[in-house]
Design a protein around this ligand. Structure first.
Ligand code: AVJ
Ligand code: FE
Length: 434
């Protein structure tokens, strides 16, 4: 095998180790539904294998279906998450057997495929990028399920760099001007990240850091959850219906905010970015501080645009792969890093922690870029376009570098809080400031 194929094989092995680590548990934990919002963990695991069978073995490899009779069970569109526990899904050991059988054949396909062939599924190993990113995304979903379950474990406490409060402004100016949004060149980019297109933005400010727990707690302390004027009408309705008083997993006890994290209870670390807030909470906080959420275009320009080189960087700091000094990704620790932890990860405009730590809500709905063309299937992106979902950017501590880049687009409903999501604020620059 050549170097490129070896790298793909290594990425496949790494993500599989990750999936198996998250599902190395008693059968009951894997079969149980921990929240109606989530699938049983064993459903995710078999779905990962079934997706790999569909795309690598059948579509790219032309292999006769191994288990066509289970396709329907693992079709996310046929069965909403809340119904998945009542399906006749494979049990844990049968699932492990099935996905390892698929994986063996995947490596055979990798061995014989011509990765320079013109077929867009084969070229640059696209189909392998598709299944590697898919598996990592489901692994992050499994982590959210495990966090909701309150089960102990999975608190990986690798040392993260200390936070810092730099002198100077807490926001950075992004001068007016055009930039290229999206990509035509990133080989494993999804259809929704294409095509690269020119977007001209007026000058704006964006926060240097994600909003922290201390600032968010001040919003709560100030009566933010009792004050309709900070909330959009839908947000206020959500607040009344949900009864939320704080981010998900926070509780108040003896004048202190506590949080639950993978079965542990600990004081909320005030220097970390806030997470587990929904879009409505982020939007209300931004109004409280006299600001707003950035649009998706503002987020991407502040993260990736290099105004001197007039090109977009793969990550905020450049094109070099994310290392532990630049971003908190890949579940090294089960938490966001403190604010200011990654000066070496700053963008050309000086914004920090845009990659990793927490997904960041933007004000934008999930819509296609000009010239969008669905590939390789409509159900990845196209069926979600419209007004129902808001775009999230940058990746969280639980996201793997393989599925994070400047142009990567995630999306969810504005009420979702179980995902590892925070935000930063923005504002228009006045003519004098610009
Ligand atoms: C892009 C994270 C919203 O989890 O629903 C997984 C990714 N697509 N399987 C999701 C996905 C198909 C998707 N998100
Ligand atoms: Fe999936």
């Amino acid at each position: 095998m050549n170097d490129f194929k070896e790298r793909i094989a290594a990425d496949l092995a790494a993500v599989r180790n990750r999936s198996l680590a998250y599902t190395d548990a008693e059968d009951d934990l894997l079969l149980r539904q921990h929240s109606p919002l989530m699938s049983p963990l064993v459903w995710d695991l078999a779905h990962i294998g079934n997706y790999e069978e569909l795309w690598v073995l059948r579509e790219a490899g032309g292999i006769t279906p191994l288990r066509p009779e289970i396709d329907d069970l693992y079709d996310a569109f046929k069965h909403p998450r809340k119904n998945r526990p009542s399906l006749p899904i494979l049990g844990p050991s049968e699932t492990r057997h099935y996905i390892s059988g698929v994986r063996g054949r995947t490596l055979d396909v990798l061995d014989r495929l011509d990765l320079s062939a013109p077929d867009p599924l084969h070229r640059a190993g696209f189909v392998f990028g598709l299944v590697i990113q898919h598996e990592h995304q489901h692994d992050e979903t499994m982590l959210a399920t495990l966090q909701l379950s309150g089960q102990p474990g999975l608190v990986r406490d690798a040392d993260l760099p200390p936070g810092r409060r730099p002198r100077g402004a807490d926001e950075v100016l992004v001068p007016a001007g055009p930039f290229l949004m999206g990509t035509d060149t990133e080989p494993w980019a999804y259809d929704n990240e294409r095509r690269a297109h020119r977007v001209d933005l007026p000058a704006y400010f964006i926060d240097r850091f994600p909003v922290g727990n201390r600032a968010y707690a001040a919003f709560i302390e100030d009566g933010g959850y009792d004050e309709p004027r900070w909330w959009s009408p839908e947000g206020w309705r959500w607040l009344r219906d949900s009864g939320a008083r704080a981010p998900l997993f926070w509780t108040r006890d003896g004048g202190t905010w506590w949080r639950a994290r993978f079965g542990r209870r600990e004081p909320v670390p005030m220097d970390e970015p806030v997470q587990h807030v929904c879009w409505y909470e982020a939007d209300a906080y931004a109004r409280w501080v006299g600001r707003r959420l950035p649009t998706e275009a503002e987020w991407e320009k502040a993260c990736g645009w290099d105004p001197d080189a007039e090109r977009s960087r793969k990550y905020a700091w450049g094109d070099e792969a994310p290392g532990p000094d630049r971003a908190n990704l890949g579940h090294r620790a089960a938490r966001p890093a403190p604010i200011g932890a990654y000066p070496a990860g700053a963008s050309a405009y000086g914004a920090e922690q845009m990659i990793g730590d927490v997904w960041e809500w933007t004000s934008s709905c999930f819509l296609p870029y000009p010239g969008f063309h669905s590939f390789p299937y409509r159900e990845y992106s196209e069926v979600f376009f419209g007004g129902d979902h808001r775009v999230l950017r940058g990746g969280s501590w639980a996201a793997d570098p393989a599925a994070v880049r400047t142009t990567f687009r995630n999306w969810d409903y504005p009420i979702r809080r179980q995902i590892f999501t925070g935000f930063r604020c923005a504002r228009d620059a006045t003519p004098e400031e610009a």
